[in-house]
Design a protein around this ligand. Structure first.
Ligand code: MG
Length: 382
């Protein structure tokens, strides 16, 4: 089997009610870059490149125009060989960021092809399923742009997740310590004591601010504090971790085994959060997980994007080991983005629905999803 063509789809949609905000900015639109790797045997695979903020057109151009020509004629089963060649080709200027997102999208598509060719779900090729369903937490609780009282609006949204059966949720913070505490209090009081509550500052603070906030947040029983400081500030991460009783997490802005090496070796976080669609796809993610497992640092992947990225992340999640293995292991949480996204469900014919706080992991060949081409055409950016 040989790769014969690379197709990309850039989709864009505007959000209602002026969109939503977080500690870094406000967005009024969603977009995505999906790739389809076609083979001469009639089997094609799907992948999605993580992007946020940057135009999805760039990720698509890297997949199709920069990397695509290197793939033509290659055997899609040679995933590690192809990965190393693509990375090395772009290494001098592309060790992190959108280039890696593009490589991730292509790598995911190759694994989809392998699964479809063998008639097996990708998780089987990754080593098998530790679980066949994913306990999800709701990622939402962004800053609404049309609310007169933001704390009240967040409390209402949080209650909605509780009613839907979610057992955990993540609140965006990083607006300043006093504002953060007001939102945290509102959400915790709304959902009660039993549910897990995580917070995510999207690297808004320096270490001193983050430590002060972590101490103030302890009384609200926060499960983890995500990206307290900028990703480059590894010493800051260590300082916060050493001075916080709340678990410190990070890694969605880190890439490849080379990038994660320092976070793992220095034990900079309590939980690593690489994103499958950014850090290098399945091929690279399995290496990062192996490194983390050797250091006994838990991995709970960051998940974002449409149903294509979600389906791929669920395959990975099935094959995610325990940290550590034991008789009654801690079941990891799966990130389930609930923020407004007009493109998320429509891109695939298959739809994802939670049942009592769980998502079923598809067991069809490959990623287990296929594109809805009518929807794709409707939202394709011109
Ligand atoms: Mg985050």
């Amino acid at each position: 089997m040989k790769i014969s063509e690379i197709k990309t789809y850039v989709l864009k949609a505007e959000l209602e009610n002026h969109g939503f905000g977080w500690s870094q900015r406000v967005t009024d639109r969603r977009q995505t870059a999906i790739c389809e790797v076609v083979t001469d045997r009639g089997i094609s695979g799907l992948g999605e490149a993580f992007y946020f903020g940057g135009p999805a057109d760039i990720a698509a151009a890297i997949m199709k125009d920069a990397l695509g020509p290197l793939l033509i004629g290659k055997d899609p089963f040679d995933t590690c060989v192809i990965w190393d060649s693509l990375y090395n080709y772009t290494r001098d200027q592309g060790m992190k960021g959108l280039t890696l997102s593009a490589i991730s999208g292509i790598d995911i598509a190759l694994w989809d092809i392998k699964g479809k060719a063998l008639g097996l779900p990708v998780y089987k090729l990754l080593g098998g399923a530790y679980r066949n369903r994913a306990r999800v937490y709701a990622t939402g609780l962004y800053e609404p742009q049309n609310a007169s009282n933001i704390a009240d609006a967040l409390a209402q949204e949080a209650l909605g997740y509780k009613k839907e059966g979610f057992t955990g949720m993540k609140l965006k913070i990083g607006y300043g310590i006093r504002t953060d505490l007001k939102y945290i209090k509102a959400v915790r009081e709304a959902i009660g004591e039993d549910l897990y509550l995580m917070v995510d500052a999207n690297h808004a603070y320096n270490a001193a601010e983050a430590i002060r906030l972590a101490r103030e947040m302890e009384r609200f029983d926060i499960y983890w504090f995500e990206e307290p400081v900028p990703p480059e500030d590894v010493d800051g991460y260590l300082e916060v971790k050493q001075n916080s009783s709340i678990l410190i997490t990070g890694g969605e802005c880190e890439y490849t085994r080379y990038g994660f090496r320092e976070l793992i070796n220095r034990r900079a976080v309590d939980i690593l959060q690489p994103d499958l669609c950014a850090t290098g796809g399945f091929s690279e993610m399995m290496k990062i997980i192996a490194m983390a497992s050797a250091a006994n640092v838990p991995v709970i992947p960051h998940v974002w994007g449409t149903n294509v990225g979600l389906a791929a992340s669920l395959q990975l999640f099935a094959a995610l080991p325990h940290f550590p293995e034991r008789r009654f292991p801690q079941e990891p949480f799966f990130e389930y983005d609930r923020s407004p996204h007009p493109l998320r469900q429509g891109v695939t014919r298959e739809k994802f629905v939670t049942e009592q706080g769980y998502l079923k992991i598809p067991d069809g060949p490959g990623l287990g999803v296929s594109l809805d081409m009518d929807f794709i055409k409707k939202y394709t950016a011109r």
